[in-house]
Write a protein that binds this ligand. Sequence first.
Ligand code: FA5
Length: 351
Amino acid sequence: MENKILELTARFEKELAEIRDLAELEDVRVAYLGKKGTVTGLLKGMRELSNEEKKSFGQKVNELKGVVAGKIADKTEELKAKEVEKEIALMPEFDLSVPAQLSRGSYHPITLVQRQCEQIFTSMGFTVEDYAEVVTDYECFEAVNIPKDHPARDMQDTYYLTNGQLLKSQTSAAQNAILRKYKDALVNDGVPIKAIFPGRCFRNEATDNCHENTFFQMEGMMVDKDISISNLIYFMKTMLSEVFQRDIKVRLRPGFFPFVEPGFELDINCLICGGEGCSSCKHSGWLELCPCGMIHPEVLRMGGIDPDEYTGFAFGLGLTRLVMMKYGISDIRDLNSGNLKALAQFTDDEG
Ligand code: FA5
């Protein structure tokens, strides 16, 4: 019986030395230590032995079992380490000293033009105000003289939340809050209100080359004693000549907005077609860019300002349309497309 143990040990050593991977090792483990394995089989042959022999042989078989299990465990570790080495050898080499080739991204053209407008107006003493996109019916309509059921609401259908709030359809929604914010400084200290407030607007309307359901406006307001249409025209002209850095043909025509009196439409000669007419300007040669007018007395009153003492102008620049004209973009929808290849071409040094 003892010879059998020696024989088995020698055979196991030989087979173990020839093993190449974990699958082969598992086969050997089952062949020696499994329920029907060779080592387990040795114990079954003990029946013919005397009690004394059984004891010493059983001890030796158990020792053998321990040796075989230990060597299999060592071999498992060795093979696992080899597999990790193999995987590492297959990995591409990293050179941490190579500079990263990261794309820095670029500013959206609307951001670029908005910042340019902000610079122009701040250089003329205007403050830049930030305002919410979700507003109340009062802010968006009633506070700018558009009561419930007023027909002017038809031109600005928007998206309503279940709590009655809405996505603002015009930056004019901030007028009342801004008048209230600065009225004390105006009345008590004689500081004129001069503010611009750019913002995203939403309208539930069919889209085409010059209409989007989500677009940007930049509103502006100036209130003081003796503010007149001349002041309004001066600021509009200065802003456009600074943005375009060249002479631009504009026209001023009467326009109706319940929150201004008188009200105007300031149109820009279409820079896509040079005024000949194209789909971007609805074939008229002109693009509505910046409605404006003298702030309605009722709006001033709702803002806490006495219209008998103060007057002011307001304008609502179509910022997204200004971007179209500045960069010659014929379809407004390109600006919301998320197409980075198209948008990245407007990157300047800031990008
Ligand atoms: C208004 O929104 C007024 N709140 C503007 C205003 C402010 C008038 C202060 C007087 C005093 P209007 O709906 O016309 O007006 O929009 C103003 C500008 O926003 C338009 O001239 C146009 O340039 C732009 N605009 C309007 N609707 C869209 C749209 N769906 N897509 C892109 N631009 C738009």
